[in-house]
Design a protein around this ligand. Structure first.
Ligand SMILES: [Zn+2]
Length: 143
């Protein structure tokens, strides 16, 4: 009578499955998975995607990127403008990306002047030029 046993065995299956799931404790399992994933990500380099990252545009090329990838240049008032490495100087800020061309434009073609709405002398741009020469300009083209 094997033919009779088969339908009988098929019927209890859903009931068994429903009974099995609570034993698996999905919540406990999820918590375990979360802990593992959290540990992996906190030590890794991946940034959480849903977290808001403030973006700024390079004043020369207009590329938008996270503030941390741009160099902030600040006009503190009168006098020279400064390269704000700490990102905490007060004053009107302008941002430049790390492309040497953009710094060329900022130093020579008025990109910063436009951004600050102020004429800048060679002296005013001194700190920017220094930073450009030491940190941005490719060594091969440096004088
Ligand atoms: Zn740029």
């Amino acid at each position: 009578m094997h033919a009779v046993v088969e339908p009988e065995a098929a019927e209890p299956l859903p009931a068994v499955a429903a009974k099995t799931f609570p034993d698996w404790s999905p919540t406990e399992y999820a918590g375990e998975t979360q802990a593992q994933t959290g540990g992996m990500f906190s030590g890794g380099t991946a940034l959480p995607k849903n977290r808001h990252v403030p973006e700024r545009s390079c004043v020369a090329c207009g590329a938008k990127m996270p503030k941390s990838q741009l160099v902030r240049i600040v006009r503190t008032g009168q006098g020279p403008i400064i390269v704000d490495i700490s990102g905490r100087e007060s004053g009107r800020g302008a941002y430049l990306c790390h492309i040497p061309e953009c710094w060329d434009r900022a130093l020579g073609k008025g990109a910063l002047e436009r951004s600050f709405k102020q004429a800048l002398s060679t002296q005013d741009l001194g700190p920017v030029r220094t930073y450009y020469e030491s940190d941005i300009a490719p060594p091969a083209t440096a004088p």
